[in-house]
Design a protein. Structure first.
Lengths: 365, 1059
């Protein structure tokens, strides 16, 4: 078998050649970087990465392998994967696959051996940009075709939520070893939910009813939940006005928690808008100040848009701020049990400092 | 919370002399803390007995006390200075123990001094094993089954219940001193006795063994508002059972899944919160990677060697932030000094792999046991940064500057199963022999992921050996981290040709920045490492610039003194507005701190890597005088490559280092030298020795710190020496010198400008000639040398310096017998006494030496020569013998000390007394002193014994020594020889009835078996043992002076005041 090769081409015309990983393929997406040093499998399977080619800034990826446990959804969602160095023979008692075979099984291509730091600096300077990644064996890649493909890709003009959301409603019940069985039911709007959000709610004794993202408020009401969670997910929140509309009515009657995309949608519901960040926040080391507690949490982040604090209505307050760039990380309603955070309290991957938010939410039910 | 404005004056405690387990990292953390405090307008009072430290510079402390780190001294300073706060978490275990003692004695309360940062209760909870275990249990974190035993009975009971192997750790000792693994009852009993003796609280933690589990460390930080962050996690490549200071360590962890990493991180946060640490701490975990279970091993509630490593590995200045927290700030109120835009309350993201490898002293102490365990034996360490593990490993190995001894195939399994310093070379060798990854992993208990990395290196070596040479192959090898020299040694091409070929093919290093954030934000502090990638981030400035070559890892003979010099050179350049560019690889030191130089390259100090940096930066000059032998050895090749070397012309360096040329120079100047010769083989050596006359000093040419040097008394000894020394010195000849005994050794340090020599000091050694200058105690100004001899010494020095064309630093060593002066050697570089002289005189000598190298003249910049000080400054040294089993501590021409202290006082005996206490010697105020002297010294014992008796000491002596003191018969206790039964010196030491030993070893340094046992027993009983008669005499004077009145600490600034 010929050795797999790969090329990553950016919309600015630059090309990076490396070894191929995973499935021979040609895909395009928005090139983004993540600074986490562990948790590559959780990232690969995070639906929020739909439409994006993910680059890991940590150079050694695949060390401890991959398995059926460290997943956040049923499949790999990235359009492509870029690493400096992958290891074909991982070692971990729980490892079942190496990176190459895992990507192959999921039909996704990857590239290794490239100067990932140079690319990171490029994105930092110029912002995220469209790119195309081709993994090939025999024929040579057609660079100009790849440039065209990259340039033809506009992340902001695509709808991803409907592709990653559940097709039909289902329920997830607390496991028998949950801390307590609260008997509470949570309706979760699945915009591309990470598995651990459901798990953390289950762990706190809640039954989680997972609804397709575009479910109408009335249908959700008919299941008489005790509270609503709007999940994380991919894409530009400005395209999801229909979800915002349903949230507005649900908010009147239920405690609500928004996470990541869910936070951005709550921002819209609170009268604000969102805007695109130059290169987003992706990693597990971002400091966020919880203004009420006066305490800093190190958080997992994965977002390319942020809530514009200027537009928030008078009933809303800013609860969390990113200490790196002072962008908004959380809002809450001043009198109702409604709040959201831009980051990922469910971790997976990343620090578990913010699990208390789930406690706070479950307590409000 | 904003800064607490009631804190105006802070006392910072340093860690004292460099010893195994407590090295330059505490000058690094202490200095960073001082800087952070002064930034806030806090007045800093500094106590440290080690003069070779940056923290004891006037730029970092307002009041500097170079005084013993002893409770009485500290109490007196607190009484005199009345600080608002005490910062004790920067000076290692020494500072922490002292602070605890101050608290227990009520001193802190009495004078209203607050412990800043982590408080007394937290320190107690982390350090007292019983309290720690209870705390860990209370937060439901898993821990090892253990007992904090205070008696033999309690210890044995635990052993009976749990069986062997067991780990023993004496409480409150540093670097695991006295600890170890007991595999059976005999080992257990001997460790118990030693541990109870060494632990200041007579407590030993005994715990079940998790040998073979993986070890992880978390560097944590917490502020007063309970914000917690992880600076870095690190994985020990060596499994549990090898002290973390002895382990090869990689950052970040490589084999943990995110789930496991977060599990440990969360546990670490739980622990730091429960302990209420305010500042930094280090938490160690053991993980069974077959089951996923873990246990908490221990917590260091202070800055540590690991925190220094974590700082350098991530770019995060832990000590600086900890000091700000101690002043009351919260983490998010402190700025990340590297990005200067983001707060300190974040967790660094690495986009590279960092490896630390310890540097062991077994090359200097071949008889010491090489096996690694729970007690530290290494003196220093190197760090390397690469984009892959392989690259970091290969770079780190080069940074050690140590040729790995050839491992015999028959001994491979031994090195793999019993961890020694050679285990990683052994792993590589085993893989080359085709042993297979699983077998090697099983034998070593090293995680197979790491074994695979070594396999990749072995495979590349095999390719270089077997495949025809090609550019793509060369590119792959370079990208993996192979040096040109390494490739050339395998492929056979000459290194220089390979370099040209490589550069022509465009295979050149790129430099990447260490920026704390994996490129996410723009960083302002340029700290670089090389790698073979596509983008080079280092941008050459248009400014005038100078490169300083550092001194690499701390080893015996090349210690923190040289780092001090490199730092000062950098400070000087920056003051002059010249861009300073430093190259070094020692993570413990200040020279590799992010703000010491304008640009830092964290690189191995090989010809190739140094030249690469120089080609990148194209500096106006390169300074080679301040990196010890490491940098001076590179001068010739660099100059040949067209690099502008600053200072003394190469020819001058060559004359100083070439014996023949140096001999010619001296004879031209009419200055005497010990008779000497050169021999290339045994017959030549025998003939030369006969001509010169025994005793002789023999050594291989071009040495660092007397490596392989010995005093030889007869032909028989000479034959043995030649047989051993030839492979030490490779193709270089053996040098033979007349040994001038019963003489005074002395040396000068100075700065030349090509014409004039400015002399910084004339130092007289206290021990007789024959002790390596680095091991000798010395004093400025001299006390025994006649004035006319001193004048002559200065005159000779000026003549030699001028003839060599010295521009910059020089050190010249002399021996004086019967007023005749002989030159021993001239070193055309900064010496290890330069920091000590700087502290003694208050003159920044290195800065002077730097400025002349930039072309300035002494007449324009030099202060008057500080030759007649109105006080005495004595340098004493510390030895690593306790940590190195099997090593004898007889002093000779081979350097063995690891660090130094200084004592300063109006009176010489008191200055000596202070320096000895500063060197951690526990000088008894009363009790029994045992004498066991060699022929030649015995005869002089009587007046010494009388003096000691008059001071109130009792005297015990071995039979031969006692026989020389018939006059005192009946008033002294006569001990038996060891073979003749008890009481003998060893049994009395064990019984705690001897408080000090004077034992001078017979026959030019060769240990008689009794002497060896006596010295070892005194070490293990923690009783001072003086092995040099002149030192014993000076000590008796010092004890007498100390009894004569209160010994008072006084700050350096008081001494330096112009009268």
């Amino acid at each position: 078998m010929a050795q797999k090769r790969a090329v990553l081409v950016l919309s600015d015309g630059s090309a990076y050649f490396g070894s191929g990983l995973g499935a021979p393929s040609l895909r395009a997406g928005e090139l983004v970087f993540n600074t986490g040093m562990t948790g590559y499998q959780e990232a690969l399977t995070d639906p929020s990465y739909a439409g994006q080619i993910l680059l890991m800034t940590y150079p050694l990826i695949g060390n401890y392998g991959l398995n059926h446990e460290w997943v956040e959804s049923g499949k790999v969602h990235v359009e492509g994967f870029c690493v400096r160095q992958d290891y074909g023979a991982p070692h971990h008692i729980k490892s079942e696959h190496n990176l190459d075979s895992y990507l192959s099984d999921n039909g996704i291509g990857g590239i290794s051996g490239i100067d990932t730091r140079a690319l990171t600096r490029k994105i930092r300077t110029h912002g995220v940009m469209p790119a195309a990644l081709e993994v090939f064996e025999e024929k040579e890649a057609d660079i100009s075709a790849l440039v065209e493909k990259a340039r033809a890709t506009d992340y902001s003009q695509l709808d991803f939520v409907e592709k990653v959301s559940t097709g039909k409603m289902y329920s997830s019940h607390p496991s028998s070893n949950a801390q307590t069985i609260s008997g509470k039911k949570v309706a979760l709007l699945d915009c591309g939910v990470k598995g651990n959000i459901i798990h953390e709610l289950n762990k706190r004794g809640c039954e989680v009813m997972v609804f397709p993202a575009f479910t109408k408020a009335d249908e959700i009401r008919s299941f008489s939940p005790n509270g609503v969670v709007v999940s994380n997910g991919p894409g530009d929140p400005a395209r999801l006005g229909s979800i915002v509309a349903e949230m507005k009515t649900l908010m009147k009657d239920y405690p609500l928690m928004g996470i990541c995309l869910g936070h951005q949608l709550l921002g819209w519901a609170a009268g604000s808008k969102t805007y695109k960040l130059k290169f987003g926040h992706r990693g597990g080391n971002h400091p966020v100040l919880d203004k009420k507690l006066g305490r800093v949490a190190i958080t997992t982040q994965n977002h390319g848009f942020a809530v514009d604090e200027a537009g928030l209505g008078p009933d809303w307050e800013i609860t969390h701020t990113n200490l790196n760039d002072k962008t908004n990380e959380g809002i809450a309603h001043k009198s109702l049990p409604i709040f959201s955070v831009q980051y990922h309290p469910e971790a997976h991957p990343g620090p578990r400092d913010s699990m208390y938010l789930f406690d706070q939410f479950v307590k409000s039910l | 919370m904003p800064r607490d404005s009631t804190i105006k004056k802070v006392l910072v405690i340093g860690s004292g002399p460099i010893v195994i387990g407590q090295s330059a990292e505490f000058d690094y953390s202490g200095s960073q803390a001082c800087k952070a405090l002064r930034e806030e307008g806090v007045k800093v009072i500094l106590l440290n007995s080690n003069p070779a430290t940056i923290q004891t510079d006037p730029a970092l402390a307002d009041r500097i006390y170079i005084e013993p780190l002893q409770a009485d001294v500290l109490e007196r300073i607190i009484k005199d200075e009345r600080p608002d706060g005490l910062l004790a978490t920067m000076g290692g275990q020494t500072a922490l123990n002292l602070a605890m003692e101050m608290h227990q004695k009520g001193v802190l309360d009495r004078y209203g001094v607050r412990m800043l940062g982590t408080g007394i209760d937290s320190i107690h909870a982390a350090e007292d094993r019983g309290a720690f275990n209870r705390l860990i249990a209370s937060i439901h974190e898993p821990q090892l089954k253990s007992v904090a035993a205070t008696s033999h009975e309690q210890a044995r009971e635990f052993a009976q219940t749990h069986g062997f192997p067991l780990i023993l750790r004496p409480a409150f000792t540093l670097g695991g001193t006295g600890g170890g693994i007991a595999r059976d009852k005999a080992e257990f009993d001997s460790l118990l006795t030693l541990g109870f003796t060494l632990s200041p609280t007579h407590q030993i933690l005994i715990e079940e063994s998790v040998l073979g589990w993986a070890e992880f460390e978390y560097e944590m930080m917490r502020d007063g508002e309970d914000n917690c962050i992880t600076i870095c996690n690190m994985e020990n490549v060596d499994p549990m059972g090898v002290h973390t200071g002895e382990s090869v360590v990689v950052a970040p962890s490589q084999t943990l899944s995110d789930d496991e990493h977060q599990m440990l991180r969360s546990a670490a946060i739980k622990i730091i919160r429960a302990l209420k640490i305010e500042g930094g701490c280090n938490i160690q975990f053991a993980v069974n990677q077959k089951t996923g279970e873990y246990v908490v091993v221990e917590v260091n509630p202070r800055l540590s060697r690991s925190s220094a490593l974590a700082s350098k590995a991530t770019g995060y200045p832990i000590a600086r932030v900890a000091a700000k927290i101690a002043l009351g700030y919260s983490l998010h109120e402190i700025l990340n000094a590297v990005t200067q835009t983001t707060p300190a309350s974040f967790e660094p993201a690495l986009d590279y792999c960092v490896l630390k490898i310890p540097r062991w002293p077994f090359d200097k102490m071949p008889k010491a046991e090489r096996r690694l365990g729970t007690q530290m034996k290494s003196t220093g360490e190197v760090m390397a940064i690469g984009r892959t593990f392989e690259e970091a490993y290969l770079k780190a190995m080069r940074s050690l500057e140590q040729k790995s001894p050839v491992i015999k195939d028959a001994e491979l399994e031994h090195h793999l199963t019993q961890p020694t310093d050679l285990r990683f070379p052994a792993v590589l060798r085993a893989l080359q022999l085709g042993w297979g990854r699983d077998k090697v992993a099983t034998l070593t208990s090293i995680h197979p992921w790491f074994i695979d990395r070594f396999a990749a290196i072995a495979q590349m070596e095999a390719r270089l050996k077997s495949e025809p040479f090609s550019i793509p192959l060369l590119a792959s090898a370079k990208r993996m981290g192979f040096s040109d020299a390494h490739i050339s040694s395998i492929s056979g091409q000459e290194e220089h040709a390979l370099r040209s070929l490589r550069i022509k093919a465009g295979i050149k290093p790129t430099y990447k920045m260490v920026d704390t954030c994996a490129g996410e934000f723009e960083a302002k502090t340029p700290y670089y490492y090389s790698t073979y990638e596509s983008e080079n981030e280092s941008v050459r400035s248009a400014r005038r610039k100078v490169v300083i070559i550092g001194s690499g890892p701390i080893r015996i003979g090349q210690g923190i003194e040289f780092d001090y010099c490199a730092c000062h050179a950098s400070f000087c350049l920056r003051q002059l507005g010249i861009e300073s560019i430093l190259i070094n690889n020692n993570p413990e030191t200040i020279s590799t701190d992010f703000d010491t130089s304008d640009k830092l390259y964290f690189e191995p100090l090989t010809f190739e890597e140094v030249l690469n940096v120089i080609e990148q930066e194209k500096p106006d000059g390169v300074i080679v005088q301040f990196g010890g032998q490491t940098s001076i050895n590179l001068a010739e090749r660099l100059a040949a490559a067209g690099v502008p070397i600053l200072g003394t012309p190469l020819d001058g360096i060559d004359i100083a280092e070439d014996r023949e040329r140096f001999r010619e120079l001296l004879s031209r100047l009419g200055i005497a030298q010990p008779k000497n010769g050169t021999a290339r083989n045994q017959p030549e050596a025998i003939a030369e020795a006969a001509r010169i006359g025994y005793p002789i000093v023999v050594r291989p040419s071009y040495v660092i710190a007397g490596r392989g040097m010995a005093i030889v008394n007869d032909e028989e000894e000479l034959k043995t020496y030649i047989a051993e020394a030839v492979d030490v010195s490779e193709k270089r000849p053996v040098l033979i010198d007349q040994y001038i005994d019963r003489a005074i050794e002395c040396e000068i340090d100075g700065v030349g400008d090509g014409e004039r020599l400015w002399i910084a000091g004339l130092m007289e050694h206290i021990e007789r000639a024959g002790v390596h200058s680095g091991d000798a105690s010395c004093v400025v100004p001299p006390v025994r040398l006649k004035e006319e001899v001193q004048a002559k010494l200065l005159e000779y020095s000026r003549a030699i310096s001028k003839s060599l064309g010295i521009v910059g630093a020089i050190n010249i060593q002399y021996v004086v017998r019967d007023d005749v002066i002989y030159v021993l050697e001239a070193n055309p570089r900064a010496s290890r006494t330069m920091p000590y002289l700087s502290k003694a005189t208050g003159i920044p000598i290195v800065q002077l030496a730097t400025r002349v190298q930039l072309g300035e003249k002494l007449k324009d910049i030099a202060p008057p020569e500080p030759l007649s000080l109105p006080y005495y400054a004595v340098k004493s040294v510390v030895f690593p013998f306790l940590k190195l089993r099997g090593a004898d501590f007889v002093l000779g021409p081979e350097m063995k000390s690891t660090g130094e202290s200084m004592g300063i006082d109006q009176s010489f005996p008191i200055a000596y007394y202070k320096s000895l206490r500063g060197a951690n010697l526990r000088l008894p105020a009363k009790g029994t002193i045992a004498l066991s002297l060699k022929d030649g010294d015995k005869e002089r014992a009587l007046p010494l014994a009388k003096q000691l008796i008059s001071l109130g000491y009792s005297i015990a002596a071995t039979p031969g020594t006692a026989a020389q003191m018939a006059e005192l018969s009946g008033r002294i206790q006569v001990l038996k020889k060891l073979a003749e039964g008890e009481p003998n010196l060893v049994s009395e030491l064990k019984a705690g009835r001897i408080q000090m030993v004077f034992n001078t070893p017979s026959k030019g340094g060769r240990a008689s078996s009794d002497g060896f046992a006596i010295r070892r027993a005194s070490l293990e009983a923690n009783v001072p043992c003086i092995t040099n008669f002149e030192a014993a005499e000076a000590l008796a004077e010092a004890l007498a002076a100390a009894q004569g009145g209160e010994v008072k600490p006084k700050c350096l600034q008081e001494y330096w005041k112009k009268e």
